[in-house]
Design a protein around this ligand. Structure first.
Ligand SMILES: CSC[C@@H](O)[C@@H](O)C(=O)COP(=O)(O)O
Length: 372
């Protein structure tokens, strides 16, 4: 899958002279699918605001963008601690953000230009990681599909996807959507059922847009339709991304993921989580310790930010708006697709080694494989 998209979620633009030392260009995802508009960020607080306001979103993308924000902060002469704290607080659930900032801070590198070179390296690595996730996931799902429907079967493969996990959400070609894209290259007869993903509609606005850019057939439904689609036998597999995976496999992802996983298990549909290894947070033992970001009531009550007559509910309505939910490991029946291979989750009738053990083994195997 060597396709290059005509758009990007973020890009560092080098300065041409001493007046302009370079800046971070980010696609304003709030305006999609109607407008492709890029913002130029030169200060770390602008980066923190862009992450908080979801100009840029998606766990791996905000990790990379925060890393560039850290460089901008040091270039401004701000203290490393201050920049770290501000960026870390911008969105708390996705571990990639903290992971990237921890790595940069640990370098104790005062020269922003050297740090910038380091961040470019991290982003290039993430791009490779995305490619491998896409390859591993497509291979795994195709093997499952061939077994189920007969090798070479031209039957349509129906994939359900929640939220957005494509180029827009990552530093490369995507996680779960990257898998779908690779799968589509191998098995043309594929349809993606896209959940609209209330309240911010990442599925409707972003995933449908990316799938149409890529020429992949898709159909949009409101989130609550997912269990019915499964009951009707119209979903063969579910693939989602992840914002943080605890040591026991519990997965924080966009709210609505858990509903899909419960339903997938009930209907015997394999459920795959696709994520880079740096989304696995072995320091967090279970899902109960994952901090779930709470977002504003406005997102639910008045998403168009219009006059009172366009509000979706009475103005005083009290709102609970968690951005993510937690899917327990026993519901991740397909496994976790990473760049080093597939992690199998412990189920009651199929005990598997811990995630830490599997990760270590897969990483060793991967290092061996790439060395030869
Ligand atoms: C590629 S990443 C997985 C997740 O980051 C994605 O599915 C998701 O939940 C994004 O949430 P968002 O709130 O849009 O940042």
């Amino acid at each position: 899958m060597g396709a290059v998209d005509p758009y990007y979620a973020f890009k560092w633009v080098d300065g041409s002279d001493l007046e302009c030392a370079g800046y971070l260009s980010v696609l304003d995802q709030r305006l999609l699918p109607h407008k492709l508009h890029y913002l130029d960020l030169t200060e770390y607080c602008q980066v923190a605001d862009a992450i908080r306001d979801m100009v840029v979103r998606g766990a791996p993308a905000i990790g990379a963008v925060a890393a560039y924000g850290y460089v901008l902060g040091l270039r401004q002469g701000e203290s490393a601690d201050q920049v770290y704290r501000t960026l870390c607080a911008s969105r708390p659930t996705a571990v990639n953000l903290q992971w990237a900032l921890d790595r940069l801070r640990a370098l104790h590198e005062p020269d922003w230009k050297r740090l910038l070179a380091h961040v470019h390296g991290m982003v290039a690595h993430e791009r490779e990681v995305n490619k491998r996730i896409a390859e591993n996931g497509a291979k795994e799902i195709l093997a499952y599909w061939n077994k189920r429907s007969g090798k070479g079967s031209s039957r349509t493969l129906h994939v359900l996807h929640h939220c957005n996990t494509g180029t827009l959400a990552t530093a490369g070609g995507g996680t779960a959507l990257g898998v779908i894209r690779s799968l589509h290259a191998l098995h043309k007869n594929l349809v993606v059922h896209v959940n609209e993903t209330r309240p911010r509609l990442q599925g409707a606005r972003l995933t449908c847009w990316e799938l149409s850019q890529w020429g992949i057939p898709h159909e949009l439904s409101v989130d609550a339709v997912a269990p019915l689609l499964m009951a009707q036998g119209r979903v063969d597999i579910v693939t989602v991304g992840a914002d943080r995976i605890a040591a026991d496999g519990s997965t924080a992802n966009k709210v609505g993921t858990y509903m899909c996983a419960v339903s997938a298990q009930y209907h015997n549909v394999p459920f795959f989580v696709c994520a880079p290894c740096n989304t696995i947070d072995l320091k967090t033992p279970t899902g109960a310790e994952i901090l779930i970001e709470q977002r504003s009531a406005t997102e639910v009550l008045n998403p168009l930010e219009g006059p009172p007559e366009t509000w979706f509910a009475p103005q005083q309505t009290s709102v609970y708006n968690p951005a993510f939910d937690i899917t327990p490991p026993e519901l991740i029946t397909g496994g976790i697709v990473t760049e080093v291979g597939i992690i199998r989750l412990r189920t009651s009738d199929d005990p598997a080694p811990s995630i830490a053990e599997q990760l270590q083994r897969l990483e060793l195997g991967h290092a061996h494989h790439t060395a030869i």
